[in-house]
Every structure is written in structure tokens, then in C-alpha cells.
Design a protein around this ligand. Structure first.
Ligand code: ACO
Length: 327
């Protein structure tokens, strides 16, 4: 039987500090009711100053390792999906490998905005399926709150910080990662971006003063693309695998907006109890949303449960993964 890649453990971490909608009311012209109704968010977590994306990832990996009988020295590869790396270079994966004491592993960072975790999960699964590796960590981690402008009510209400991680191992049963579909459309690039800091607009005193290092989003337009993109791609994966709503245990959607999640679930015919939702507690943690959902729902999952993972984000980049839970 063909070797498949299965998630065999999950870890997560969110910072302790909570920023409630009521706190935001004192910072910008917004209100709790608007944020709840338009996004589903009630509060989000904020990373303490001086700590980094890799620090959160390390906490999540320690949480994962304590549930398994493996040590950092058993890990072959670490893939990190993030839009808020510790540095532009070197890769955050290298820093994480050093911090957890895994000098034998190699690693790299990936960036597909909010869809990055799915892209990294699919990439990691290829290293298992090819037989090249036996233990791959796929991390989704972001420190978004350092990148939002707390004077811009359009974006500052949306984001939070966190990290999640899964372990991928080979399995020769009909479980694990079974199918996926991905898409990109670079014509949407300017609708959701950090404009400065790259080769397009290198950092200068002027770019900093003009606040071009913060997240910019044309929210209404991105919303329309997200609703269609996430629902369409999930439908493609369901149809190709002859899956009906009855077959699916859980939809695991990227947590950008509760209304986008609801639209995707409705199109798939899935009731709310079959949808993992934690946006009310954590907001949009970008690459961490999907692994944090798996982390929170882990105890409710059983071997063979069908999960549909789906994400849409900046780029545009979107995708969906069909897997059967392996434990
Ligand atoms: N509080 C109060 N009012 C607000 C706020 C706020 N925080 N923000 C905007 N408003 C106002 C606007 O100014 C506007 O007022 P106007 O009608 O007088 O001009 C009104 O509310 C409606 O604004 P919209 O932008 O149309 O609000 P919308 O319902 O679209 O919600 C939101 C905005 C939440 C950003 C939504 O568009 C959204 O979720 N977009 C998609 C996000 C997404 O999926 N991103 C991709 C993933 S993220 C990533 O990849 C990094």
C-alpha cells in the first residue's frame, strides 16, 4: 500500500494577554457590537513585547512533544508557515530547530499568507509520501499584532497572535492526508498586503512615517473573494472524493471572519456543530488558525474522522485539504 502522511500529534500555544473588543473601544472608533456582528471576534491574544514568533512556535512544539514519546532529536524536518518571521532571513525554522535542540533536522519557512499552513502541510506530506522523511513538524505561527496599526479600525480589530504545530508521520492505512486542491491569483496582491519592507518598496524613514509596514486590506473586496474562493475549493475536493455532508466530521476553516466560515459551511451543507470555530477567542492568527483549531478539538476526534481543511488569504492564495484523522 502507498505510504501516506498522517497527523499523529498536535500542539498549540496562545499568549496569556487578552485584548477584548471593549479594550479596542478605548483605542479606536469602534464598538463591541460591530466587531461581534461583522467578524464574530470577541477577544484576541497579544504577544508580550520582546517575545517572537519562534518563541510561540517553541511553546507549541513543547506542548506537542510532551504528548508523544519522541524527542527533538527524532525530528527530520521543520516547516514553518508564517508572515511574521523573526527576521526577513534567516528562516524562523532554523531558529526553532536551535531553540528546541534539534540540530540534526533541516527546515525552511513558507509564505502563502493566511493559507500558508495548508500549503506547508501539503509540502510536508510530500516528504513523508516520498519516503524521504519519517518525522516532519509543520508549524503555523504568527505575531500579527506587531504588524497592525492600532489607529486603523479596519484592520486592528481582526488579528491576534498564536502558534500551532502538527507532527506528520508515515502510515500504511486508509487514513492521513488523502487529497488537496490549491489556487493562487496574484492580481489580488494589492488588496491585502504589507506594502513596504520588500524590494517593491524598501524600508525608508518615509515608508515608516507613512505606516506602510502595517497590514493593508481592502476588506470588502477581499471578503467577496474569500467567500467564493473558500466555498468553491472545498466543493471541488468534496466532489472529487464523492464526499457528502454526512461523511464529514468537521470543517476546519481558516478563521478570518465568522461570516466567511458560515458561507463555506452552508455551501458544503454542514451544520455549525460540524465546524471548528474559535475566532471569538483568538481572532485571525493567520497561519496559526487551522492548527489551533485541531489543537482545541483533538480530544473530540476519532480515528477515521473525515476533516476538510480550507483557507483563503492574501495573495490571493487559497486551498483545501481532505484528510482522515489517524488516532
Ligand atoms: N468598527 C466600526 N465600524 C467599522 C469598523 C470598525 N472596526 N471597521 C469598518 N467600519 C465601518 C466602515 O468604515 C464602513 O462604514 P461606512 O459604510 O460609513 O463607510 C462600515 O463599517 C462597513 O465597512 P466594510 O469594510 O464594508 O465592512 P465589512 O462588513 O466588509 O467588514 C471586514 C469588514 C471585517 C474587514 C470584512 O470585510 C472582512 O472580513 N474581509 C475579509 C477578511 C479576510 O478574509 N482576509 C483574508 C485573510 S487575512 C490574511 O490573509 C492575512
Amino acid at each position: 500500500m502507498k505510504i501516506k502522511a498522517a497527523i499523529t500529534a498536535v500542539g498549540g500555544y496562545v499568549p496569556e494577554k487578552v485584548l477584548h473588543n471593549k479594550d479596542l473601544e478605548k483605542m479606536v472608533d469602534t464598538n463591541d457590537e460591530w466587531i461581534r456582528e461583522r467578524t464574530g471576534i470577541i477577544e484576541r491574544r497579544i504577544l508580550e513585547e520582546g517575545r517572537t514568533t519562534s518563541d510561540m512556535a517553541v511553546e507549541a512544539i513543547h506542548d506537542l512533544l510532551k504528548k508523544t514519546n519522541i524527542t527533538p532529536q527524532d525530528i527530520d524536518l521543520i516547516i514553518v508557515s508564517t508572515v511574521s518571521p523573526d527576521h526577513v532571513y534567516p528562516a524562523t525554522a532554523n531558529i526553532i530547530a536551535d531553540k528546541i535542540g534539534a540540530p540534526q533536522s533541516w527546515g525552511f519557512d513558507m509564505n502563502a499568507a493566511c493559507s500558508g499552513f495548508l500549503y506547508a502541510l501539503r509540502t510536508g506530506s510530500q516528504f513523508i509520501e516520498s519516503g524521504m522523511h519519517k518525522k516532519v513538524l509543520v508549524v503555523g505561527a504568527d505575531n500579527m499584532t506587531m504588524r497592525v496599526n492600532y489607529e486603523d479600525r479596519n484592520t486592528c480589530i481582526l488579528f491576534g497572535d498564536g502558534a500551532g504545530v502538527v507532527l506528520l508521520e508515515p502510515i500504511e492505512e486508509e487514513v492521513g492526508i488523502l487529497d488537496s486542491e490549491f489556487a493562487v491569483d496574484g492580481s489580488g496582491a494589492k488588496l491585502l498586503m504589507q506594502e513596504a519592507g520588500g524590494s517593491y518598496l524598501p524600508t525608508t524613514v518615509e515608508t515608516v512615517k507613512a505606516k506602510k509596514h502595517f497590514i493593508f486590506q481592502e476588506g470588502r473586496t477581499v471578503f467577496k473573494h474569500a467567500v467564493k474562493g473558500m466555498a468553491d475549493i472545498t466543493e471541488v475536493v468534496m466532489k472529487r472524493n464523492n464526499l457528502t455532508a454526512d461523511d464529514v466530521a468537521y470543517l476546519v476553516p481558516h478563521q478570518a471572519n465568522k461570516r466567511i466560515i458560515d458561507a463555506t459551511a452552508n455551501r458544503a451543507g454542514l451544520p455549525e456543530e460540524k465546524v471548528m470555530i474559535n475566532i471569538h477567542k483568538y481572532g485571525n492568527t493567520t497561519n496559526a488558525t487551522i492548527p489551533l483549531c485541531l489543537w482545541e478539538w483533538e480530544s473530540k476526534l476519532s480515528k477515521g474522522d473525515v476533516l476538510l481543511l480550507a483557507a483563503f488569504g492574501g495573495g490571493f492564495a487559497w486551498g483545501s485539504i481532505y484528510l482522515k484523522w489517524a488516532y
